[in-house]
Ligand binder design. Sequence first.
Ligand code: MN
Length: 289
Amino acid sequence: MKLCRFNNNRLGAVLGDTIADVSEALRILPHYTYPLPCFDPLIANLDAVLAQVSLLLPQAQRIPLASVRLLSPVGSPGKIIAAPINYTRHLEEVLADKGINNGVESFTQHIRKSGLFLKANSSLVGAGEGVSLIHLDRRNDHEIELAIIIGREARNVPLGKALDYIAGYSIGIDMTIRGPEERSFRKSPDSYTILGPWMVTRDEIADPGKLEMTLRVNGQVRQAANTSDLILGVRELVEFASRFYTLYPGDVIISGTPEGVGPVVPGDVMSAEISGIGSMEIRARAGGC
Ligand code: MN
């Protein structure tokens, strides 16, 4: 199932080039009171929601996919976890940028040493919302990444069971202002995390380690890679993250970007595609400062 959020917080099931409006399924969600839980209510109740969606589908109103504004498929994640350099060829490219030769060998364990980092939840948008670029005197780069959406509370997950804790997958774009500040600061402005176009439930992706990904800017291919080249794969990322903090339903892990990162400027249109998930277009405009 491909589940999306669209327009005014509607819930949709994506069927080819149409969306079935199944927003009524959200009625089964429990009402939470203050303090709010640190998980996403939709993902925490996903099985019950999907059962409702199946019941609603035959009578659901169909809307052309092209006519809606897509929001982030996860509305209220507890945290957005991001992997730093997690593809060898992107590591080579970063080292070359810094004038470092032959550093790859010593950096191969880099991600194990440096760990993961967090992006602000307030940076999260969907494809239809676009990205508002700030600090236009500096490079704002695109990073396409496979996004993992956690489905169950997870702590110290064994590698062999890691996939059982995943609800589904999306495409993630980790927008990044280049510069000297801490990663999470440069990657957390409003709209700098794009998730979409929808969530594909785990059952539809037989092997998350064999997905083709492509990112184009104005039609030109910038990044093209396969998740088989991840240094820490999907299972390893879930295992690694869950050894440091509890993962909750709706937590998002963006798995790192391959080589080919490059600048995005206002007016550019990014198109991102991952096999088995789909594709999305994101428009870049000038933001506030
Ligand atoms: Mn990244």
